[in-house]
Design a protein around this ligand. Structure first.
Ligand code: AHR
Length: 314
């Protein structure tokens, strides 16, 4: 064998070894989670963590405890570490451009999970999540049907400045515009938490101008469940005196529907782990990923809650 052939074989062997090592290498994914404000969020966290384990991905998970500044720090840390892909569930919509630009400059793909950002679209690779405006529309459509187009509504909004707060409000208002006898008379943030939903509802009831209210729209189930407790404590019959529609589809919402205290929940699917890591692996391999990977969702109400409850996974 000539010296040249030996050299060619040597280079080939090295290339094959390097390719095999790259294929064997675990991809590293940094995930910046908002916190644990709701049962829904906890279900999403569990889905991400368990799927990482199942798929043999090295996950660097960071809980921001509801603070954007913590999320920005986490993303910067992922960039310094040189992770392969970054997953970001952004607490609020605005203020992300600088850090997303840093990720872009470092060549690290970013996948937004369950919430969108208000930033140049070229700064992230994909949004994995639902059509949130449609969730708001579906809540309003259901309520309009139930109330025969006539309702005095109070609205518990999610976290101020968060994409689902803005979009769920927008979608609901869009449909309400077709029903002149359906009006929102009070609207306040309950920060997507049970405790805040309870507190705000208690204040409203105590303020004494609640006599005409006959419907509640809550941007998530946890706030609705907190509000239900406050209504009961004040002698109201939630689900009867006040018709309640909320969003998420967590198990406790189904339990409340079976008990007749909640009337409808519009599903928002948190079990995004499998779709997220499918996208992450594609992005890490340099493949183009869809700009929007939409998650599938349904609407459930009191009429089917009992039958559906045993099948709920979160
Ligand atoms: O972004 C999704 C929303 O965030 C869920 O509806 C809510 O429960 C969560 O906290």
């Amino acid at each position: 064998m000539s010296k040249f052939s030996v050299a060619v074989l040597f280079v080939l062997a090295l290339t094959l070894a390097a390719t095999a090592a790259a294929a064997d290498r675990k991809i590293v994914v940094g995930f910046s989670q908002i916190g644990a404000e709701s049962a829904w969020r906890t279900a999403e966290t569990n889905s991400i963590k368990s799927e990482a384990e199942k798929q043999g991905v090295e996950l660097v998970f960071s809980d921001a405890q509801q603070k954007q500044e913590n999320q920005i720090k986490a993303v910067r840390n992922f960039i310094t570490m040189g992770v392969d892909v970054i997953g970001l569930a952004p607490v609020v919509e605005s203020g992300w451009e600088p850090v997303l630009r840093e990720a872009k400059e470092a060549g690290i793909p970013v996948i937004l999970v369950d919430r969108k950002v208000d930033a140049d679209e070229s700064l992230y690779d994909s949004y994995l999540g639902p059509n949130v405006i449609e969730e708001g529309r579906n809540a309003a459509r259901w309520l309009a049907k139930k109330m025969h187009g006539k309702a005095t509504i109070v609205e518990l909004q999610g976290t101020v400045g968060a994409a689902p707060t803005i979009e769920r409000k927008k979608g609901f208002a869009e449909i309400l515009a077709n029903y002149p006898d359906m009006k929102i008379i009070k609207s306040q943030s309950g920060d997507f938490t049970r405790a805040k939903g309870n507190e705000v509802m208690e204040q409203w009831v105590k303020a004494g101008d609640f006599a005409n209210v006959n419907a509640l729209y809550a941007h998530n189930d946890d706030m609705a469940l907190g509000a239900i407790q406050a209504l009961e404590a004040s002698g109201f019959k939630p689900g009867k005196d006040i018709v309640i529609v909320s969003i998420d589809g967590v198990r406790d919402a189904f339990v409340a529907m079976v008990e007749g205290k909640l009337n409808c929940t519009v599903e928002c699917n948190p079990l995004l782990g499998p779709q997220f890591f499918k996208l992450a692996k594609m992005a890490a391999a340099g493949e183009t990923i869809p700009r929007w990977e939409e998650s599938h969702e349904d609407v459930y109400d009191e009429t089917t809650a009992k039958e559906v409850l045993p099948t709920r996974l979160y």
